[in-house]
Design a protein. Structure first.
Length: 360
């Protein structure tokens, strides 16, 4: 075999033929070109994606909350809901004990009958008067307890001032000790004066509450027979019927209940706030963005809820804020099914969120 056609080196090791080496290098270069192109396309895509989105500085779920108040006074028999519970329209929220309300209606009807026959019903049979007197009595009792607490505080502050004054008059005290005692006496005297003012204010409130209670008591017992009594008791009968009808509190809309204040076996007065309800269709997210962010109404966005699902939304309104822009984000909630119930159960007012708006 000739030397030029040999495929081995002088030491016998095989050598790659030149065309095979060239083909291998070409394949490497082709792979590198493809990979580089893919990286460039991916980088351009990521750049475009990030360039086409803006993220909120701060965001939170907001909602229109409506207070639900007691239409009747009475004792709470049942609280059927808890904070954060999702309720349907018409669902029972709370029930008052109906027995006292039924008794009040019967008494009002009997008093109306007596008034129509020319008599004067007993003042104790007037449910409105009883409610007013009970409220005035509760206010008076609370004012009396406050006054007693203020009196005890006054006694304590007076004793503290006496001790501080005794220390100040100590003839054996050093100059530094006398300076410290002087400061302590001034503080104790100021606290005693505050306690005296508090005692006077609480005594004035207690006296006013007692006076109102006496006024109601006297006015109820100075009634006279006649048409005025008939009209009065007709009104009382209607009020008693209305109170009985409102012995149960029903959810007016579908939504979530919050800040449930009523407690079972507790007493409520007419007009007391029992809880709040937040209709789910009125939920939105308020988000803050940096000044100059290219936001427009109608832009689509993603809302990431803290400890909750990810929802789609739309920029509904924009307003200026100091150093930024505020956006109202309308939420797109699932229509029905388990997903809808899970999303609704996870939403609550004040919930932190993160809003990502697609600006391109």
């Amino acid at each position: 075999m000739s030397e030029s056609s040999s495929s081995h080196s002088q030491d016998g090791a095989p050598l790659l033929e030149l065309p095979a080496v060239i083909r291998k290098n070409r394949r490497r270069r082709a792979v590198l070109v493809v990979v580089s192109a893919l990286i460039a396309v991916a980088g351009f895509g990521l750049h475009q994606w990030f360039a086409g989105r803006v993220v909120s500085e701060w965001a939170a779920v907001q909602g229109a909350e409506y207070p639900l108040k007691a239409a009747s006074a009475g004792k709470v028999l049942q609280v059927a809901v808890r904070d954060g519970q999702l309720v349907e329209a018409g669902e029972l929220l709370l029930a008052l004990d109906p027995v006292p309300l039924e008794r009040a209606l019967a008494e009002a009807e009997a008093s109306l009958d007596l008034a129509m026959r020319g008599g004067v019903p007993a003042a104790d049979s007037d449910p409105a008067l009883r409610e007013a007197e009970e409220h005035a009595r509760r206010v008076s009792d609370a004012a009396r307890r406050e006054e007693e607490g203020a009196r005890i505080n006054m006694e304590q502050r007076t004793a503290e001032h006496a001790r501080a004054l005794f220390a100040l008059r100590n003839p054996l005290a050093s100059e530094a000790e006398r300076a410290e005692a002087s400061r302590a006496e001034a503080d104790a005297r100021a606290n005693m004066e505050k306690a005296r003012t508090r005692l006077k204010d609480s005594s004035d409130r207690r006296a006013a509450a007692d006076q109102e209670l006496r006024r109601l008591h006297d006015a109820a017992r100075n009634t006279r027979p006649g048409p005025v009594q008939v009209e009065l008791w007709r009104t009382r009968v209607e009020e008693a019927r209305t109170a009985l009808q409102h012995a149960v509190l029903i959810a007016p809309v579908r939504g979530k209940v919050f800040w449930v204040k009523a407690a079972q076996n507790g007493n409520v007065a007419r007009g007391d706030e029992l809880m709040k309800i937040m209709p789910l269709e009125n939920l939105w997210v308020e988000a803050r963005f940096t000044a100059g962010t290219p936001l427009k109404e109608g832009q689509r966005c993603t809302v990431e809820l803290d400890e909750g699902p990810e929802l789609e939304g739309t920029v509904q309104a924009l307003s200026r804020a100091e150093g930024g822009v505020l956006a109202k984000i309308g939420l797109t909630l699932p229509k029905a099914g388990d997903d809808a119930e899970g999303v609704e159960a996870a939403l609550y007012p004040g919930q932190d969120a993160r809003v990502i708006v697609r600006v391109k």
